[in-house]
Ligand binder design. Structure first.
Ligand code: ADP
Ligand code: AMP
Length: 214
């Protein structure tokens, strides 16, 4: 099963993608996580990506597309995968479609997690990320057992630089301009599935699993 998660930054794509990946035993591929790992490791890709990410801008398509096209052809993706944060532009979607078509494959579902902008600001302001393993929490909606400490690996939690209020506004603008057109793109292909992302995490997960089937 090949799944794409669509939705504004902070809509809950990562939260749901992680659970779906566990349930269906498929890899969770987050381009944001890939860039953050590259930044942490000081790679050339990480250095390039950081300049865009810190400003709330998208990393250029040419730095993203090949990376994802290579990743989805790896052995662990043979039974499918869930893409979180990719595609984010029409050229990225076209590039993925071309690569899959060459393999005789296509995306099965584009799950669109719908959350209004007002809720997004609250979601991202309260999001906390682990500096060690990258796990994501929320101060109110998904708190850790011990404040400021990751439940999984015990490392410190931080507010991501790009989750600061001024950058969140910028990212929302970029989302509406460059990523939202993908809703129409996948709707025309007949694989778009809308989900109300304002429900609690468990209810959103249930709605998605009903779409994907048991
Ligand atoms: P995205 O991957 O779309 O950027 P995340 O999955 O990181 O979004 O979620 C953004 C923040 O909102 C996180 O702090 C997460 O814990 C929280 N969150 C995710 N889903 C919900 C939900 N259904 N209700 C409340 N908070 C949520
Ligand atoms: P995310 O973790 O998905 O919120 O992504 C964090 C940041 O990484 C984004 O704001 C972009 O700067 C960058 N990024 C992640 N995925 C992509 C993508 N598919 N295309 C362009 N930039 C991306």
């Amino acid at each position: 099963m090949k799944i794409i998660m669509l939705g504004a930054p902070g809509a809950g794509k990562g939260t749901q993608a992680k659970k779906i990946a566990e349930k269906y035993q498929i890899p969770h591929i987050s381009t944001g996580d890939i860039f953050r790992a590259n930044i942490k490791n000081g790679t050339e890709l990480g250095k390039k990506a950081k300049t865009y990410m810190d400003q709330g801008l998208l990393v250029p398509d040419e730095l993203v597309c090949d990376l994802v096209v290579d990743r989805v052809q790896q052995e662990d993706c043979r039974n499918g995968y869930i893409l979180d944060g990719f595609p984010r532009t029409i050229p990225q979607a076209e590039s993925l479609d071309r690569a899959l078509a060459a393999l005789g494959e296509s995306v099965d579902y584009a799950v669109n997690v719908e959350v209004p902008d007002e809720n997004i600001v609250n979601r991202m302001g309260g999001r906390r990320a682990c500096v060690g393993c990258g796990a994501t929490y929320h101060l109110v909606y998904a708190p850790t057992k011990k404040e400021g400490i990751c439940d999984t690996c015990g490392a410190e939690l931080i507010l991501r630089d790009d989750d600061r209020p001024e950058t969140v506004q910028k990212r929302l603008g970029v989302y509406h301009e460059q990523t939202q057109p993908l809703i129409d793109y996948y709707s025309k292909k007949g694989i778009l599935k809308d989900v109300d992302g304002t429900m609690d995490m468990g209810a959103v997960f249930q709605a998605i699993t009903e779409i994907l089937g048991a």
